[in-house]
Design a protein around this ligand. Sequence first.
Ligand code: NI
Length: 166
Amino acid sequence: MLDILTYPDERLRQRAEPVVEVTDAIRHLVDEMAATMYGAPGIGLAANQVGVLKRIAVIDVDYPDGEPNLLVLINPEITDRQGQITWEEGCLSFPDVREDVSRADKVTVNALDRNGKPFELIAEGLLAVAIQHELDHLDGVLLIDQVSFLKRQMIHRQLVKNKRAG
Ligand code: NI
């Protein structure tokens, strides 16, 4: 299991760089990220959250209620967004925070899989939400950026306090 960085760790604000080649080392990182996500437990994890600035995310919106159904996104790009949905989102980097966020309800994403093979996926609902949330991480954009100014201040204060308390 990898350590998950929590807000306000500055590393979460950095932009991840594209993966040049999907090597065994990248696959190993993907596997470790998946194990960390399942162990947390969470439904998504971006490489930034474990301190690695590479454009990699793992998502599984079916677990733990169903069978594991891991989605690996390497160098993902959203090529189409449609509709709107509001979902109460959480984030492994924001312990105990849940906030309503509005995003596209349907997205088309292009990415490489664990073997470096390109694929296209059309996702709706929670999966679309999770994909957009994880892609934000890759650009250093966080859950806290998607809420009102007042809520942002509240969450910031709470998490800084928690961190000081250890
Ligand atoms: Ni997150």
